[in-house]
Write a protein that binds this ligand. Structure first.
Ligand SMILES: Nc1ncnc2c1ncn2[C@@H]1O[C@H](COP(=O)(O)OP(=O)(O)O)[C@@H](O)[C@H]1O
Ligand SMILES: [Mg+2]
Length: 276
């Protein structure tokens, strides 16, 4: 069975994209056929994993933007009548949006800056289940990691509806602490109204400075409030800049690096873990 995870926080800059791509790379390197779905119009994950090929794919019209755009096309009550069937053009297969990266077992459904302009139409035409339907049609893959925009919008909702598990990155600052309670409420709403199978795997403490007092204090406060903080913490490292610059996730860039080991430990922790 395919395990579909969403990495979500309404705050930007907390490490969503970096964590999504590095967990997906570890999943792929462990032999699981893995897809990263990029739902952020900034397309950072797409560029991180596809490098130069990304522009080519955009020109071919094979991004998640093109998938959502096609979902707005057509649709006539007469399309069930064979006489009128020529009125509806077939929608492209999900496979046409999946692109192989330079790494074995690692694939991407890339994003596109045009995504934001489609949002209002997608909302008004009730397309919130389209991503879920698309992912359910895909066969032959074992893991999906969805990267989300820093907002509670149509795209992050679509992801929370499509996924069975959710990870929440957190960078130890006071604004992030406030955001996390909102995020928890939002996920609760989605669970209640759309996806009662959604499991929150936990909060990932990112760019943790083990020797500084303030980050530890803020993490302890969240724990005291009963929030599900994962045991593995991710350190801050300048190596991540090189990883982005080289468009190469840590496991492929530097398998023995401390940060790589932390991503591996995080992957192992969530693979073992049950529900909160
Ligand atoms: N463990 C880390 N150590 C150092 N820098 C990091 C780490 N994780 C993320 N960053 C940096 O923080 C910034 C935001 O990360 P990103 O993954 O793009 O967050 P988001 O997707 O939530 O906006 C980026 O510049 C990234 O390089
Ligand atoms: Mg991002």
């Amino acid at each position: 069975m395919m395990v579909c995870r969403v990495i979500f926080n309404k705050k930007g800059g907390v490490g969503k994209t970096t964590i999504t791509c590095n967990l997906a790379a570890i999943s792929a390197s462990s032999g699981q056929k893995t897809i990263v779905v990029d739902l952020d119009p900034q397309a950072n994950a797409s560029q991180y994993l596809l490098r130069d090929r990304y522009n080519e794919i955009k020109e071919q019209g094979r991004t998640i933007f093109d998938f959502f755009k096609a979902s707005l096309d057509g649709g006539s009550i007469f399309e069930f009548n064979p006489f009128f069937s020529h009125l509806s053009s077939p929608r492209p297969e999900p496979e046409s949006f999946i692109h192989q990266t330079r790494f074995d077992n690692l694939y991407v459904i890339p994003s596109h800056s045009g995504l934001a302009d489609l949002e209002a139409q997608l909302v008004s035409k009730h397309k919130i289940y389209k991503l879920k339907e698309m992912l359910e049609k895909i066969s032959g893959f074992e893991a999906v990691f969805i990267d989300t925009p820093p907002a509670m919008n149509f795209f992050s909702q679509s992801a929370l509806i499509a996924a069975s598990r959710c990870l929440i990155p957190f960078d130890c600052d006071a604004f992030s602490k406030d955001a996390i309670f909102d995020v928890g409420k939002h996920i609760g709403d989605i669970q209640r109204d759309h996806n009662n199978a959604l499991i929150v795997e936990g909060i990932i403490v990112n760019q943790f400075m083990a020797r500084a007092a303030y980050p530890k204090k803020i993490v302890d406060e969240l724990k005291a409030d009963g929030l599900p903080i994962l045991a593995t913490k991710i350190s801050s490292s300048v190596k991540i800049r090189e990883s982005h610059h080289e468009s190469t996730p840590m496991i492929f860039l530097s398998p023995g690096h401390k940060l790589t080991q932390e991503y591996q430990a995080l992957y192992d922790e969530i693979s073992r873990k049950g529900q909160f």
